[in-house]
Design a protein around this ligand. Structure first.
Ligand SMILES: *Cc1c(COP(=O)(O)O)cnc(C)c1O
Length: 355
């Protein structure tokens, strides 16, 4: 079996402007200092004070009883569905959801669950679409047990689910006996951009998690929160999946540093994304989705250069981004400055002019 190479091309010039993903951020010197100073213990036996502090803080931020530190956001999603569902159960999510498109089929492979892909613009389904997809409990239909949303919707363009829609989905789910799960990989992008608290966004959701290795700039980790009973069950799966760690306070310290220093600054990433979109939309023929947060999706094809060619040419100029579902995705983050955005726009103009 041959997979797309995960390793960068060794002959490509060094990356000067990294718009590939907010997962590419490097820990800042201050974050590294916080990691070096971290008090640690054995996380697996509940004895790492820094991990415990992080979990308490995230549980409080999300308005939940308890939380647990996980090595990745993917493991937050996988452990959660393993808690909620039995083999043959159905999960409802948007057709472009990470749990469908980006987790290696984990929910089918490990749990035997099927995911019903719901349609809708910009990575979101409406409460009405959700309601229409629910069926009565019968012998021959799969039990529908969980609904999952992504705040923000990644492939949807980093779009923000409106709090009113989230609330309505929770109400419908409860009426039909479904549990509710919020994939908050970029929850803080949504809260900062919409001036809403994380607690308000997660109100009513049985579980919610945030990723620290995206725009928050930590090297690894996600924290999932819910009731104490739910978190006990997640812990069981964390252990089973090999996700229980030891002196992981070193990593949790980076996450705490991110909570203290890297949340409000997400507004800068959003301003940079808007500047990029503005610059691109001024080029004849370039189609740009107006960004709500830090992800900018665009298509240069009608301006004369197909997306994949544009990506390759930019890479030769030290600018890295990638195609995602037929469009180019540019992602702004901690390591991308306003000057870099101007420079990237200049190169894109240049490549189109030469074509
Ligand atoms: C990145 C991402 C995940 C998975 O997080 P990892 O920490 O990379 O495992 C899940 N959901 C969404 C929407 C994401 O963007």
């Amino acid at each position: 079996m041959h997979y797309t190479p995960a390793r960068p091309d060794p002959n490509a010039p060094p990356v000067r402007i990294n718009l590939l993903s907010d997962t590419q951020t490097r820990p800042t010197p201050a974050m590294r200092e916080a990691m070096a100073r971290a008090e640690v213990g054995d996380e697996q036996v509940g004895d790492d004070p820094t991990v415990n502090l992080l979990c308490d803080r995230v549980a409080d931020l999300l308005g939940k009883e308890a939380a647990v530190f996980m090595p990745s956001g993917t493991m937050c999603n996988v452990a959660a569905t393993l808690v909620y569902c039995r083999p043959g159960d159905e999960i409802l999510a948007h057709a472009t959801a990470h749990i469908i498109a980006r987790e290696g089929g984990a929910h089918a492979a490990l749990g035997g669950f099927q995911i019903m892909p719901l349609p809708g613009d910009d990575g979101q389904f409406t409460p009405a679409t959700f309601r229409a997809a629910l069926h009565p409990r019968t012998r021959y239909q799969p039990p529908q047990v969980l609904v999952s949303v992504e705040q923000t919707a990644n492939i949807g363009g980093g779009t923000i689910w409106k709090k009113a829609d989230l609330d309505e989905i929770v109400t419908i789910a409860r009426d039909h006996g479904l549990a509710t799960h919020m994939d908050g990989a970029r929850l803080f992008n949504a809260t900062v951009a919409s001036n809403t608290s994380a607690r308000a966004m997660a109100t009513g959701w049985d579980s919610a998690w945030i990723d620290f290795s995206k725009g928050l700039g930590a090297p690894i980790g996600g924290v999932i929160a819910g009731t104490r009973a739910f978190i006990d069950d997640v812990w069981r799966w964390k252990q089973r999946l090999g996700g229980s760690m030891r002196q992981s306070g070193v990593c949790a310290a980076a996450c705490i540093h991110a909570l203290d220093h890297h949340v409000d600054r997400l507004a800068d990433d959003h301003a940079n994304a808007r500047a990029l979109a503005r610059g691109l939309s001024q080029i004849n023929g370039v189609e740009v989705q107006s960004p709500e947060t830090n992800l900018v999706f665009f298509k240069p094809d009608s301006a004369g250069v197909p997306g994949d060619k544009m990506v390759a040419q930019l890479r030769k100029r030290g600018i890295m981004l990638a195609m995602m579902d037929g469009r180019i995705r540019a992602c702004t983050h901690l390591d991308v400055s306003a000057d870099m955005i101007e420079e990237a726009i200049g190169h894109i103009r240049d490549i189109l002019r030469a074509a």
